[in-house]
Design a protein around this ligand. Sequence first.
Ligand SMILES: [Zn+2]
Length: 355
Amino acid sequence: MTDAFRDIWIGDQTLIEASRSAGGPVYRGPGDGGAAGGDGLPTLADRARALLEQQRRDWDLAGRGYESLSEVRVRDLDVDGYPVRVQWNPGRRRSTSAKVDARSIEARPCFLCAANLPQGQRAVPFSDAYALLVNPFPIAPEHFTVPARQHRPQRIAGALVDLLVLARELSPLYTAFYNGPKCGASAPDHLHFQAIPAGFMPLDGEFDRLRDQAGEVCGGAATRISLLDRLPCRCLALEGEDLEALTGAAMGLLDSLERAAGDDEPMVNLAARYADGWRLTVIPRARHRPSFYAADGGEGFLLSPATVDLGGVCITPRQEDFERLEAHHLRTMFDEVCLPAQALRRVVSRTLPST
Ligand SMILES: [Zn+2]
């Protein structure tokens, strides 16, 4: 297999220099006195952070993108006890209003294929099958995209274990996530994950509190399953230390979700974090965009929810949306795009007959 990413891999020495020049040492590289990976090698999390420093410094687009985060404005809203931070981020307009119908996708060059990446973009490898890239249009102070090295469709079957391993490799710094092809992925034709700082999303950072307030544990054994059906963002969380058991339990849940005719997988967003075991949050979806979604330039709100929005950081690229968005709009959004509580309970009872 030819590796189309070979021209943009970046070596450890360059990453060490990048982290030093950023006032490191963040990167505990070979000969740098660190043994972060347990075998004397830097972890993927270390490499990712150092890559970001290098890209911010040496790649204009990334430099400008992360600089522009200082202009992002936020408002905190409370949706029935669920904390949501609304973020006005003009840099995300292209992603939020991306046309993801088959014809539009076919008509454009794939922006995650190595051959089409911008000049200046560099990568570090994750396993033999993925590349870790800096996202130059960030929603968080650190934002990575992790595309498969081969162009293949966004599908979680067969890739879930990769998401979980990615979360472990990126711990403790980052949370990894997956947007289904009709659930916020702006490249539904090219398999990819993303990563942002752990705890950046309230659903991630405040998970224990939210579960205790609005959820219950409904499955045990090797994988503990919590049903958070009283949250506006109705979801399931699977926790466990056994990678195989967790993957099996999660695929069982995904298989029991309904899917639209012609779709290869149910609509879903996934977030994975690792700390002495995994926590995989599964957000089954009822629809792609809320009824008040506006095409760019149109009435309504330019709001196309994906994992991070549903996880409590709601991105609005237009100022007017940012200023008029209220808790009741968000409640409507959650009600429309998340699976109803009853349906979620049915999924759990089908998968776990004893509950
Ligand atoms: Zn591609």
